[in-house]
Design a protein around this ligand. Structure first.
Ligand code: SF4
Length: 332
């Protein structure tokens, strides 16, 4: 606004139109002078996404496929907490596809085509908020755990966290925002210096370097000896607990010795372990462990002194594995 000689309060007005009133173009911003609306339209390109597919699971989980201005698509998933709990979480993507190439993941197939913009990440959040508003509910949490490696799109991730939490933005407290990463030590150190209060979630998925390198090709050059101290520094600097995400793959990383190794790491880091049940992906050789096996793994972790939870997967029916809806839609 300063650049075009307008008073600063106009910026607030525009932000309120974008975030509170969900205007999708400048023409809708009727309390701005017509000349200003025309000037903005001439200077700026408004690129809104379009919902092209939606799948809903019985528990209320909704997966959205959004198409961007260039025809590329990404997935976002709105996950309600079970029962009367009011937590409503959106899982956002940060890239179209992903270069990390985790062997068990559909999103990694084909690599990353491009980074999403801050606006595109925010728009996923707004789409979830709108969907919830139709049901009389409110979005409460955001997790950066969709398609892509958030710290490989670092500036966008940090700016998106700031705007989500800004009072003029979505007003979601930073403590309710989780940034996940497969583990890039330099970026974790940078993130610790941003002055944010977001939770860091490390996608560990294996308790030692050897198995990790098999499951996560990117991890081959990043040892746990480099990664875990960076997580520790994040905890020390921000006071925010690091969580360890661990996706259980039957017969691969769910053995008792794996639980013992993982518990040691969690204790050292004072981290909480989130166990996830794998959602099988067609064409990939991994399977979901039995519920008994998962509970046995959880018990072993706790017996070894680690804090851990088993996150129930809601919505196997809804193309639940990351990247499934996108793949299915692409081949339809
Ligand atoms: S699990 Fe996440 S980091 Fe790994 S390939 Fe899939 S989207 Fe990328």
């Amino acid at each position: 606004m300063a650049e075009i000689g307008e008073p600063a309060y106009r910026a607030r007005q525009i932000l309120a139109w974008a975030y509170e009133r969900r205007a999708r173009d400048f023409a809708a911003m009727t309390d701005l002078p017509a000349a200003l609306r025309a000037a903005l339209e001439a200077r700026l390109d408004v690129r809104t996404g379009t919902e092209v597919a939606r799948s809903t699971a019985p528990g209320g989980t909704v997966k959205l496929l959004l198409r961007w201005f260039d025809g590329l698509t990404t997935e976002s998933v709105m996950i309600p907490a079970p029962g009367a709990e009011r937590r409503r979480t959106i899982c956002v993507s940060t890239q179209v596809g992903c270069d990390v190439g985790c062997r068990f993941c559909a999103s990694g197939i084909g690599g990353s085509l491009r980074n999403l913009s801050v606006g595109e990440v925010l728009e996923q959040t707004l789409a979830a908020a709108d969907l919830l508003a139709e049901r009389g509910e409110r979005l409460s949490h955001v997790v950066f755990m969709g398609m892509g490696e958030p710290l490989a799109n670092y500036d966008v991730t940090v700016e998106a966290v700031r705007r989500m939490s800004a009072d003029w933005g979505l007003g979601i407290g930073q403590r309710r925002i989780t940034v996940s990463t497969v583990g890039l030590p330099k970026q974790i150190d940078r993130l610790a210096e941003e002055g944010l209060r977001a939770t860091l979630a490390l996608s560990l998925h294996a308790p030692n370097d050897e198995l990790r390198a098999q499951l996560i090709p990117w991890a081959e050059g990043i040892s746990l000896a480099a990664l875990l101290p960076a997580c520790r520094r994040y905890l020390d600097k921000t006071g925010r607990e690091v969580t360890l995400e661990y996706c259980l793959l039957a017969g691969v990383n769910d053995l008792r010795e794996h639980a013992a190794e993982l518990a040691r790491t969690a204790r050292d880091l004072r981290a909480h372990v989130n166990l996830l049940m794998y959602n099988p992906v067609e064409g990939l050789p991994y399977e979901r462990p039995s519920r008994n096996r998962a509970i046995g793994f959880l018990k072993d972790l706790r017996a070894a002194g680690a804090r851990a939870h088993l996150r129930e997967s809601r919505g196997l029916e809804a193309d639940a594995a990351c990247g499934q809806l996108r793949r299915r839609s692409a081949s339809a």
